[in-house]
Design a protein around this ligand. Structure first.
Ligand code: URA
Length: 236
């Protein structure tokens, strides 16, 4: 439960002081009734209208999480496995933007801002995602070219991408490949590499648009800054 004027200001409508004026002048309705008493308590399930317009029930929150292995990119799981929202301490109804596989690690964004989520998930917006994939064997140059130019995956050609050998480890006979894609199809990196016979042993997303993991450790997170949120909005 929250005081009405605080609730209105937290929804980004106006300052708390101005919200008080709006309430006193009869411009605010709660569940269809004009409320003129300052300090009236409301909760998320109440419908609050200001000047005849329903305002969103929750302050927008934005997080960048370093997802560990063995965590599901969802808000709940039927098999009671850990989900990404378990790792973030908030009461807001946040959810992940896009998905990383259960065994994929790295950067994932979470928010309760549906508008931003839609912008970033829309295929036409070409948000770049950067991965490092560890595969068995030596990653051949011609295979890097083939994958970068696009291959047919489930009947549809993949968009232009960048696949590049970063390092070959002779001892373990494995290659570390830098991958940059703009699409977000399910299991895309693994499926592209396995279509040419490479088994992905590890996959980590190191960059999402301009955001990196920075100094975060696996399982840690941080809120995005207002500047970062604005920059993400401008990607549309
Ligand atoms: N591609 C994959 O194959 N898996 C992921 O988790 C992300 C991209």
């Amino acid at each position: 439960m929250e005081r009405l004027q605080k609730y209105i200001s937290e929804c980004g409508v106006t300052s708390r002081r101005k919200a008080e004026d709006l309430i006193l002048s009869g411009k605010v309705k709660v569940n269809g009734e004009v409320v003129k008493i300052l300090g009236t308590k409301v909760n998320k399930s109440d419908i609050v209208e200001v000047n005849g317009k329903v305002i969103e029930g929750e302050k927008k929150e934005y997080y960048l999480l370093y997802k560990p292995r063995e965590v599901i990119s969802a808000i709940s799981d039927n098999h009671k496995r850990k989900v990404v929202t378990d790792l973030i301490d908030t009461k807001a109804r946040i959810y992940p933007i896009g998905r990383l596989d259960y065994d994929t690690t790295g950067i994932i964004l979470l928010t309760n801002d549906g508008t931003l989520s839609n912008i970033l998930s829309h295929p036409s917006h070409d948000i770049t995602k950067e991965y490092i994939a560890k595969v068995k064997g030596f990653f051949k140059k011609e295979d890097a070219t083939t994958l970068s130019n696009g291959i047919i995956l489930n009947g549809i050609k993949t968009k232009k991408a960048k696949f590049k050998l970063d390092r070959y480890d002779k001892k373990t006979d494995s290659s570390y490949i830098k991958v940059i894609i703009t699409e977000g199809r399910n299991h895309q990196v693994k499926d592209m590499l396995s279509s040419l016979g490479y088994k992905v042993l590890k996959l980590k997303r190191e960059k999402y648009a301009f955001l990196t993991l920075d100094k975060l450790k696996s399982g840690e997170y941080r809120p995005l800054t207002i500047k970062e949120v604005k920059a993400l909005y401008s990607l549309k």
